[in-house]
Write a protein that binds this ligand. Structure first.
Ligand SMILES: Cc1cc2nc3c(=O)[nH]c(=O)nc-3n(C[C@H](O)[C@H](O)[C@H](O)COP(=O)(O)OP(=O)(O)OC[C@H]3O[C@@H](n4cnc5c(N)ncnc54)[C@H](O)[C@@H]3O)c2cc1C
Length: 287
């Protein structure tokens, strides 16, 4: 297994903010992950899995955690049973790679998720979703490791998940996920293309961003709330809420973590004052 020391975390987060990781592990097998979990216990340091880093923001300075990048966990197994396709995917497989399979076999079920810049592990932990579909809608089972390093194969029904939340945000490491898709009569490539155009219109994809900052509260939209308090386009230093989509933070050039936290805290204070509600952060902040 590869282990790198003193690595810039900017390269592990799509918003390109963050200091230096003392160490990052790159496991290539389930045994490597067991070894890392033991290391985390022995050194009494928190284990932090990193996928694409598209919902994660790291603080500046030195961070001394057990960081685990899933970049090298890339196995894919495809099984077909008549019209049904079961894809067993390692945590580091990207959604882009799933799209290639979906297009090749013309499969439906994944198209609404197609533009999310996720890894399988990150999307499972976050229960990522778009256009009314959540990743857990198509998940069959998850092979994961608990904090003691035990292998657990859980069926979807046995897993705690809800809107952008799962048990894996607090415990364990998602190693492998099986999803179920179906042969389609529609031209899936065209549907996916339309989705990507739609996302491109709404999201600030020309700047480094970390996706949705806050979860939508019941019957409302975080972006709308931020717009109503005047935070659409609001900027401190090089960090701002996008003027294209208020719920997306964007890094205009060389944003600092300190400015980012200042911006979040002032938005949260204002939302509480005006609407008397607390928005829950969707982004994962590693301090
Ligand atoms: C331009 C853009 C658009 C986006 N659009 C959407 C959208 O439409 N819908 C949506 O839901 N999200 C969206 N996001 C947010 C983000 O893409 C999703 O949350 C995605 O699922 C994160 O995947 P990741 O691999 O980048 O996870 P990361 O950001 O690397 O990690 C997210 C969390 O999961 C944990 N994690 C990662 N891998 C594992 C693992 N193997 N085991 C256990 N825990 C793990 C991390 O520790 C962290 O807490 C968007 C982000 C961007 C930048």
């Amino acid at each position: 297994m590869k282990i790198y020391e003193n690595v810039s975390l900017k390269n592990f987060s799509t918003i390109k903010i963050g200091g230096t990781a003392r160490k990052i592990y790159f496991p290539e097998s389930i045994e490597d992950i067991k070894f890392i979990i033991k290391k985390s216990k022995d050194e009494n340091k928190k284990l932090i899995p990193i996928g694409v880093g598209s919902n994660t923001i790291f603080k500046d300075g030195i961070l001394d955690y057990i960081f685990v990048s899933t970049k090298l966990l890339k196995n894919i197994k495809i099984q077909q049973n008549k019209d049904l396709f079961y894809l067993t995917l390692d945590a580091g497989v990207s959604f882009k790679e799933i799209i290639n399979i979906v297009k090749k076999y013309n499969l439906e079920g994944f198209e609404n998720l197609s533009g999310i810049p996720a890894s399988v592990g990150g999307a499972t932990a976050m229960n990522a979703g778009a256009f009314g579909t959540e990743f857990f809608d198509i998940i069959e089972n998850v092979l994961w490791l608990d904090l003691k390093g035990n292998e657990c194969l859980s069926k979807k029904e046995e897993i705690n998940y809800s809107y952008r939340k799962t048990q894996f945000q607090n415990e364990g490491f998602v190693y492998q996920v099986t999803i179920k898709l179906k042969k389609s009569n529609k031209k899936i490539e065209k549907v996916i293309k339309e989705h990507l155009i739609e996302r491109n219109k709404k999201q600030p994809l020309n700047l480094p961003t970390s996706g949705s900052t806050y979860k939508n509260p019941p019957n409302n939209f975080a972006g709308k709330i931020l717009e109503e308090i005047g935070f659409k386009g609001k900027r401190i230093g090089d960090i701002g809420f996008s003027d294209k989509h208020a719920n997306f933070l964007v890094n205009y050039s060389n944003a600092s973590f300190k400015d980012l936290m200042k911006l979040l805290e002032s938005a949260e204070k204002e939302i509480e004052k005006v609407f008397n509600i607390k928005l829950e952060r969707e982004i994962k902040i590693v301090e």
